[in-house]
Write a protein that binds this ligand. Structure first.
Ligand SMILES: *[C@@H]1O[C@H](CO)[C@@H](O)[C@H](O)[C@H]1NC(C)=O
Ligand SMILES: *[C@@H]1O[C@H](CO)[C@@H](O)[C@H](O)[C@H]1NC(C)=O
Length: 372
């Protein structure tokens, strides 16, 4: 009896080792799906460290809960949305495109082209001077493909790009760092809010089409978050802690029109290349019922100063909360690591109320059947 059990457990161990060996080789660079990221500070993981700009997150206490406990350029106390998506697809985190470490086999993991401060429009975030605007990010994507081509040849490069998962996050800064940056901004004198939203949406459509032209075949497009409810806006525009109605109106106009262009593009292409993620609704859930998500506050940023810790930048001299997991917002504009994880869980398995036309786990299952 005892011998059989030993034999059996020996057998089970052998099977486990075989499975481990199999998964390890399966996770090798060949079979793994590449991941590309475009957009703004919600998804930048360090490109701005390499630029002369004030839009940066490369000093303490940024990164205080990151695995290395070091600032990386992510606008989070720990990991950000792309990190949790990488984790969900079983990949290592992508490196910033400007990182000198991004070369050789590491290129096959993908790349992050995002740059804090940018928007859909070229004149968004001009106060940050040297940031990588979206057109430049797309040029870098082309340059990336040439580099990979030199490594594995054009046919395999195309397979890698076509088979990749892509994330793009734009739009918040076109309000916060453009239309509403100062009273009577140039854009607000030029356009009424509804006309401005129509304009930036039409420009966004061109950007998404270009991304498809460059080979992207599975693209998660996030809407703007609840930009009126971030601690920065509560500090500047709110008298009683209510979200700013004007900025909420902007997000309310933008997001449904984003879904419309996603629908149009998918119809034109004849495939569901683009998937809309309603990050505004996801975040509104934990903003309106913080307790249900384990947060103590969704109004006060963990790091900052002034009302709601919403004024100025998060610096070594700012107030810093002891437990980052109980704040929905890390700094005046950006969700905490815990909130980022909640958002990615919804991206993975949310209903069609959050993910249009399907959630990411459904998309991943479809793609693995297609064997791209
Ligand atoms: C932004 O700049 C790029 C490159 O300079 C240009 O091709 C594009 O049309 C500009 N976008 C807008 C909306 O003006
Ligand atoms: C989303 O993903 C889950 C798997 O995590 C799946 O069971 C569910 O049916 C999906 N929901 C929708 C609405 O597609």
């Amino acid at each position: 009896m005892a011998t059989t059990m030993v034999l059996q457990s020996y057998h089970i161990n052998a099977v486990i080792i075989l499975i481990l060996a199999f998964t390890t080789s399966f996770k090798g660079t060949e079979a793994q799906r590449a991941f590309f990221v475009f957009g703004d500070s919600l998804v930048d993981n360090g490109n701005n460290n390499y630029l002369a700009t004030t839009a940066r997150a490369d000093a303490y206490p940024y990164g205080i809960d990151y695995p290395t406990r070091q600032p990386t350029g992510r606008f989070s106390n720990g990991r950000n949305i792309p990190d949790f998506i990488s984790e969900a697809i079983g990949a290592e985190a992508t490196l910033p495109y400007l990182s000198p470490q991004l070369n050789g086999q590491r290129l096959l993991v993908g790349a992050n082209f995002a740059s804090a401060g940018i928007g859909i429009l070229n004149d968004t975030g001009i106060q940050f001077v040297n940031i990588i605007r979206i057109f430049r990010q797309l040029q870098y994507f082309q340059e990336y493909q040439q580099r990979v081509s030199g490594l594995i040849g054009p046919a395999r490069t195309q397979r890698l790009v076509n088979g990749a998962l892509v994330l793009i996050t734009l739009g918040g800064n076109d309000f916060v760092n453009n239309y509403y940056l100062v009273p009577y901004s140039a854009r607000s004198r030029q356009y009424s809010l509804p006309d401005y939203v129509r304009y930036i949406i039409s420009e966004y459509k061109k950007i998404l089409r270009r991304l498809h032209d460059l080979g992207a075949r599975r693209v998660i497009v996030t809407g703007t978050g609840p930009i009126g409810c971030v601690p920065a806006e509560l500090a500047q525009r709110s008298t009683n802690g209510e979200c700013s109605p004007e900025l909420q109106r902007a997000a309310g106009l933008f997001n449904p029109q984003l879904i419309e262009i996603i629908q149009q593009l998918n119809n034109e292409i004849g495939e569901n290349v683009f998937i809309g993620a309603n990050t505004r609704q996801m975040a509104l859930n934990f903003i309106t019922s913080p307790g249900a998500y384990g947060f103590v506050t969704s109004k006060v940023a963990c790091c900052g100063q002034g009302p709601y810790n919403g004024l100025g930048l998060c610096t070594p001299l700012s107030n810093l909360c002891p437990n980052r997991d109980i704040n929905a917002f890390w700094d005046a504009f950006h969700p905490s690591e815990k909130a980022n994880r909640i958002i990615v869980n919804q991206i993975m398995s949310g209903t069609t109320e959050y993910m249009y036309p399907m959630n990411l786990s459904t998309a991943l299952a479809l793609d693995s059947n297609k064997n791209i």
